[in-house]
Design a protein around this ligand. Structure first.
Ligand code: DGY
Length: 287
């Protein structure tokens, strides 16, 4: 394990495997997305290493080519976190559009306030064009939830028309993996194409957004706001973002429910068992 896991998952592991204090000599590695699994770590583990089970659906922390070269299989934890992550994307969107976090801050700061017909007006999601960048499982689940709330979802996959989405959407929600192609996909040029009232929501991976460009766009009023769960230099958050009232920030909570984290862990343990005890490739093999 490259970090602590829920007690139930650790006990599932202990039932069938010997847990080593470090990677050296391990046949399997249970990696957290905060650990970089690169050639160095794979070599530290040694040639007996057969599987890296990543405790997450995103595998941008794993050098897949280095694993492939060493004959190490890489598995992830898809499906079980799909709805949970989609829920957070919608929660962040609503928090931003309906000024939930801003209202909470106002009350906690003991600011004087009173109900008023024009006080803290926000925007409804109903009737909005909800742009989804990334047409995988989480993007599709987010689209379903957005539609249930009266928005019109528009999905763009790898070969879709991103420019059309950026110029027409009221919400731009990111759901693509982090790859060399998607790093800084949302840069100054992309932000400049968004409607001045549109909001950006990122529950995918931080480096998909150029945070400096985002700060500049927010400062210039070029977009309506942003809601971020992930950060370019996570866990560091660009300081300037903290000053904007029209920015909602959460600390990488996409899959953070007790049930989902356990299901993810069980899936990872299952992959380790399949490879190490049953000599089979798990269905959730990514490389
Ligand atoms: C993942 O699994 O990739 C998520 O980011 C975890 O919250």
């Amino acid at each position: 394990m490259t970090g602590p896991v829920p007690a139930r998952i650790e006990s599932e592991l202990r039932d069938v495997f010997e847990l080593l204090p470090g990677p050296a000599g391990a046949a399997g590695l249970l990696s957290l997305l905060t650990s970089t699994v690169d050639a160095r770590l794979l070599d530290t583990a040694g040639p007996q290493l057969r599987i890296v089970a990543n405790y997450g659906v995103g595998v941008d922390n794993v050098d897949l080519a280095a694993a492939r070269e060493r004959g190490v299989l890489v598995a992830n934890t898809p499906d079980v976190l799909t709805e949970t992550t989609a829920e957070l994307a919608i929660a962040l969107t609503l928090a931003l559009l309906r000024r939930v976090a801003e209202g909470d801050r106002l009350i906690r700061a003991h600011m004087p306030w009173q109900f008023g017909l024009e006080f803290m007006l926000g925007e409804s999601l109903r009737g909005k064009r909800f742009g989804i960048v990334g047409s995988g499982r989480i993007g599709a689940a987010t689209a379903r939830l957005a539609e249930a709330l009266g928005a019109t979802p528009v999905l763009v996959g790898r070969s879709g028309d991103l420019q059309e989405l950026l110029t027409t959407a009221d919400v731009v929600s990111l759901h693509c993996p982090l790859t060399p192609e998607t790093r800084h996909l949302i840069d100054a040029a992309a932000l400049a194409q968004m409607k001045r009232t549109a909001v950006l929501v990122n529950t995918a991976r931080g480096p998909i957004v150029d945070e400096r460009a985002l700060v500049a766009a927010l400062r210039a009023g070029a977009i309506g706001g942003a809601a971020l769960d992930v950060y370019e230099h996570e866990p560091d958050v660009t300081e300037e973002l903290l000053a904007f009232e029209n920015v909602v920030l959460t600390p990488h909570l996409g899959s953070a429910t007790r049930d989902t984290r356990e299901e993810m862990g069980l899936l990872a343990v299952h992959a380790l068992r399949e490879v190490l005890l049953e000599g089979r490739s798990p269905a959730n093999t990514v490389a």
